[in-house]
Write a protein that binds this ligand. Sequence first.
Ligand SMILES: *Cc1c(COP(=O)(O)O)cnc(C)c1O
Length: 453
Amino acid sequence: MTIDISELQRLDAAHHLHPFNDNAALAKKGTRVLVRGEGCYVWDAEGHQLLDAFAGLWCVNIGYGRPELGEAASRQMTRLAYYNSFFQCTTEPTIRLAAKLAELTPGDVNHAFFVNSGSEANDTILRLVRHFWAVQDQPQKNIFIGRHNGYHGTTVAGASLGGMKAMHGQGGLPIPDIAHIEPPFWFADGGDLDEDEYGLRAARRLEDRILELGPERVAAFIGEPIMGAIGVYIPPRTYWPEIERICRKYDVLLVADEVICGFGRTGQWFGAQHFGFQPDVMTLAKGITSGYIPLGAAMFNDRVAGVLKDSGGELAHGATYSGHPVCAAVALENLRIMQDEHIVEHAREQIAPYLAQRWAELGEHRLVGQARITGLMGALELVPDKGRRGFFDERGTVGALCRDIALRNGLILRATYDSMLLSPPLVITRAQVDELFDKAWKSLDQTAQELGR
Ligand SMILES: *Cc1c(COP(=O)(O)O)cnc(C)c1O
């Protein structure tokens, strides 16, 4: 089968608005059309084989091309393609998935509300958590605290909870009663403090803000265990336990947005387990289906779900596709494969230590100011001066250059500003880690050469 690429690019430019793109620039350049995936590799329409060190968009945890997921979808579509969970009904895969998630998530986070994406899960959490306080006669306890540069999706609540300035600038966000504190990013912000001290100091910004607003006004704190989209900000290990202590002290619900960290990314099933804290509420998406089909879930602990069930009356919230049986069947098959094939253990024991070693070697490159990594999630911070924790004057140009060079070398890395981000499928092998290293080193060399010109 031959594909007329220029025809596809012409149609794309004429009719397709791309998310998070300069669409005019892209139309001129022409989009890249991907046609096939297998394991850790994807192929584009021109026949280039690319090592996908980003797992699509942090999501293809079990790798591409597993026929079992397609078969699970096909079986469920043929048997019962759709039924809703509104009319006092639901379907078998929906129930089984809720129970499976309750088993996997830590502590007493036992109750799933299904939606179609991480963004919708966070919208659901905003509404249901505010409702949780309201039905307990505390309607004024409705403020969510998030973090500047956090990412919680693109719907109205998701983008408001997130702290991306460019997103707030489009569409009149954030909505009222959302506050943001500075994120923990030692590289830029740590000064002379050691990382552990800095982690405590960064966490105490939450306490300061709660006291400023009044604890009786603050409903919840939301954070990604490791901040992904902004550039894989890995907090010091002191950060999350201190955040948890502060949330408990002021009875502020702790929401872990596990959309990236969940399902093995850190080497544990969830980021909260890696950092040793217990969330009250969790946001799940991406790896829940390894990206094979859209699905998100808001997960609540016994306390929150109990109040919502017992004193909330009718829950006035839901989507046509909440708990879609085909998506649930695919998620179940994905989780079955992850468990049966011990994919999280493979990531933690076989890959993470080796990847960390090779990542640290990349950190030796003269262009790299910091090589940070946890589990299978990392970043290389490209810097103008290796001896100093600082940034390029015009942020983002060098990162984009390096990303484009890496692509030419057959390697997909994402760039946020000048951070080169890593998030490969969890099934990556040591040989593929070596390939990743070689291609990344070569790309850093070529980037440095270009800069030298
Ligand atoms: C991707 C992401 C979301 C949004 O999920 P979508 O499925 O894109 O709506 C929310 N939170 C985090 C941490 C994410 O990385």
